[in-house]
Design a protein around this ligand. Structure first.
Ligand code: TYD
Length: 203
């Protein structure tokens, strides 16, 4: 029987370089002879579409509705028989996912009841734990600079404050999940150096 693939999650604030580092890790794993599938949450499924409508403001949703939609999207992402995480890892693919339940805990957890959000995600029988979560850690100032080069100074400052809040929430979430295999990687360095640190962690 084919060896099972790994489920690798990336988390990080805006500007932390998730997209680039996911691509580089996928190339690294492929060079090592692995089959790789890249995915993201929200997904491209129906529930992912509902989430994108909410995130862009086209459809207003309450914090509880959002948390429940992310949960539904995540369950579907795990169990979809065509291209779900369970199916692909069983077929030997290493699945790399841009955001997972840590995002729900960090974002929705601060907008509605944290314990409820944590409980429904962590104790759901159809939502698996990742084999490894890579948190691309970058300070809010550097991240704001990376994403805001064309914005007004006050806007950059506001953005920086929001990023700082989200980063702190992530760190609290990780501290509360000792059973999860979370690697906090310093992502403020050169792209190649960060990629090397990640490759060392993932193996
Ligand atoms: P998107 O622009 O699709 O991707 P990214 O910011 O990762 O490049 O944004 C996804 C947004 O959804 C982001 O602001 C975080 C948010 N989100 C949650 O609030 N909860 C979740 O569970 C997930 C997966 C994402």
């Amino acid at each position: 029987m084919e060896e099972k693939g790994r489920f690798i999650v990336f988390e990080g604030i805006d500007g932390s370089g998730k997209t680039t580092q996911i691509r580089l890790l996928a190339e690294h794993l492929k060079r090592a002879g692995r089959k790789v599938h890249i995915t993201a949450e929200p997904t491209t499924s129906v529930s992912g579409g509902l989430l994108r409508d909410a995130l862009c403001g086209a459809r207003k949703r309450s914090p509880g509705e959002l948390a429940a939609l992310f949960l539904l999207d995540r369950i579907n992402h795990n169990v979809c028989p065509v291209n779900g995480i369970e199916k692909l890892t069983s077929d030997g693919y290493d699945v790399i996912c841009d955001r997972y339940y840590y995002s729900s805990l960090a974002y929705q957890g601060s907008q509605t009841d944290y314990r409820w959000v944590a409980d429904m995600n962590l104790n759901c029988p159809e939502i698996r734990k990742p084999d490894i979560c890579i948190f691309l850690d970058i300070d809010a100032k550097t991240a704001a600079k990376r994403i805001s080069s064309d914005r007004a100074i006050t806007e950059v400052f506001e953005k920086e404050q929001t990023l700082e809040t989200v980063r702190n929430r992530y760190l609290e979430v990780f501290a509360s999940l000792p059973e999860d295999n979370v690697k906090i990687i310093n992502a403020s360095g050169d792209v190649g150096e960060v990629a090397k640190l990640i490759a060392e962690c993932v193996g």
